[in-house]
Design a binder for this molecule. Structure first.
Ligand code: AMP
Length: 461
């Protein structure tokens, strides 16, 4: 998964882009990058790690001056996690200097790459995004034309920001798999993965970039906006609202927080026969669903787990015993709160099942009476090929085991998944039952063609 941002017509373009990227940091922690232009030569600065670790005053003010910028935070889904694949990708071609930042997965990338290699193309990166640079370089016409012609050749998921001179372009694939919004701050336009990034830098959310749309922005004006391809059926990732997006971002007419509270309310309805002493979330991802559950069921909400926000990705775990300690370091139950209680524990999703099992064991060590585990989405039975890093089918616990088998493996009294119907209701526009979502990870059915993978792994319970 990745986060992208673009801002134009602004003397503080690189600073605002970096603040926007910090807001989108949850979408990718492996690398960060900013490209700036509009004053002198186009420049790109990329680094491995968090935005705040690298984008200091010296880099932003002295090394990245300009009035238009695009930025990217990366979480690897399709290629190696290394500096060479850190975006934005900047290139020099017949059209001048152009930079691209991409969120999604181009599913016909292997085929397009083979075709280009046969024609003698040279690839510097191993990521799918590079294909777009080649297509742009080989297209003819205005910036809008070369982008539209190139996008017509791509399949799969792509939300993009593109930079050339003082112009930024935003574009979204015809299904709208990944989010992309348009915002405004003073006389500058912003394009970002999520509305929270627009608002944090003082802007207001204007609208979503439509599936299949290209928006060309220059000098504080939308110069052109058109559909490069007639959108098919909107198919926006529903897992964005379950887990990935920030709770304060707006999606489908409401905050993600409101959708998650609704998921919890629906879960409470599904579990109305279960009585318990407290409802508690797995922090932070289960928080709003647990709140919705508690409000709907009148069972008291308690924060029974304390999360340590300082446990970094690179925490050294040289041995199994130290690895076991890190789970406790990340999340620790308050024994005095949970001991002797019948608990409804709420998390957003079960992927491999390893995190849930560890957490449940931590609770059991605190002498809880019973645990009812509730998940605010349906069982994940298929990997994501559209930009979310889910493992192959082989490792998806629900792809290979029944709910009852998972319940036994986790060692809980009951296990309830939110039904797909209720999830769609919780995420749709208010009062509508729109079917605008990609639900592939819950159905195993995919809207575009690609190579399927996946073995089977039965649990040993
Ligand atoms: P596990 O079942 O052990 O694989 O972990 C599942 C937990 O990881 C969920 O409760 C989510 O909070 C979180 N999660 C879900 N999807 C992802 C993802 N694509 N990348 C990172 N974490 C995720």
């Amino acid at each position: 998964m990745c986060g992208i941002i673009g801002i134009e017509n602004n003397e503080n373009a690189s600073i605002l882009a970096s603040l926007g990227l910090v807001t989108l940091q949850h979408r990718g922690e492996e690398s960060a990058g900013i490209t700036i232009s509009g004053k002198g030569k186009m420049k790109t600065f990329t680094a491995m790690g968090l935005v705040s670790e690298f984008f200091n005053e010296d880099i932003l003010l002295n090394k990245l001056p300009g009035t238009a910028a695009i930025g990217h935070v990366r979480y690897t889904t399709s290629a190696k996690s290394s500096l060479i694949n850190a975006q934005p990708f900047q290139m020099s071609c017949i059209h001048g200097n152009i930079a691209v930042a991409h969120n999604g997965n181009i599913t016909n990338f292997p085929k397009l790459k083979q075709e280009l290699l046969k024609k003698g193309a040279i690839f510097n990166h191993t990521s799918d995004t590079e294909i777009l640079l080649h297509l742009i370089a080989m297209s003819k016409g205005s910036l809008a034309n070369i982008v539209a012609t190139s996008l017509c050749k791509l399949e799969g998921a792509f939300s993009l920001v593109i930079l050339k001179d003082k112009t930024i372009v935003g574009a979204r694939d015809e299904y709208g798999f990944r989010p992309l919004v348009l915002g405004k701050v003073d006389s500058s336009y912003i394009i970002a993965s999520e509305s929270a990034a627009v608002e944090v830098i003082g802007g207001t959310y204007v609208r979503d970039v439509k599936p299949g749309e290209v928006v060309v922005i220059e000098n504080g004006q939308i110069k052109k906006s058109f559909l490069y391809k007639q959108p098919k059926k909107q198919n926006t990732c529903i897992f964005e609202q379950v887990y990935f997006s920030r709770p304060d971002s707006i999606m489908f007419g409401k905050t993600v927080e409101a959708a998650r509270v609704k998921m919890g309310q629906f879960l409470a309805r599904q579990m109305r026969d279960i009585k318990a002493d407290i409802v508690m979330p797995v922090p932070d991802s289960g928080y709003f669903a647990a709140l919705g559950f508690a409000r709907a069921s009148n069972i008291p909400f308690e924060n029974g787990f304390i999360k340590n926000h300082y446990v970094g990705r690179s925490f050294i775990k040289p041995s199994q015993s130290l690895r076991d300690l890190t789970t406790k370091l990340k999340l620790r139950p308050i024994k005095e709160l949970v001991a002797g209680k019948e608990i409804i524990l709420i998390d957003d999703s079960i992927v491999r099942g390893t995190t849930s099992r560890e957490l449940i064991n931590l609770l059991k060590n605190c002498d809880v009476k019973k645990i009812h585990f509730a998940i605010s989405c349906p069982p994940i039975v298929g990997p994501c090929y559209y930009g979310i890093d889910t493992p192959n089918k082989e490792y998806l616990i629900a792809a290979n085991n029944s709910v009852e088998e998972i319940r036994k493996y986790l060692g809980v009294e009951s296990l309830t998944f939110l039904s797909l119907e209720n999830l769609v209701k919780a995420c749709s526009y208010e009062g509508k039952k729109d079917n605008l979502f990609c639900k592939s990870c819950f159905t195993g059915k995919y809207i575009t063609k690609f190579q399927r993978m996946g073995l089977s792994k039965k649990l040993n319970v």
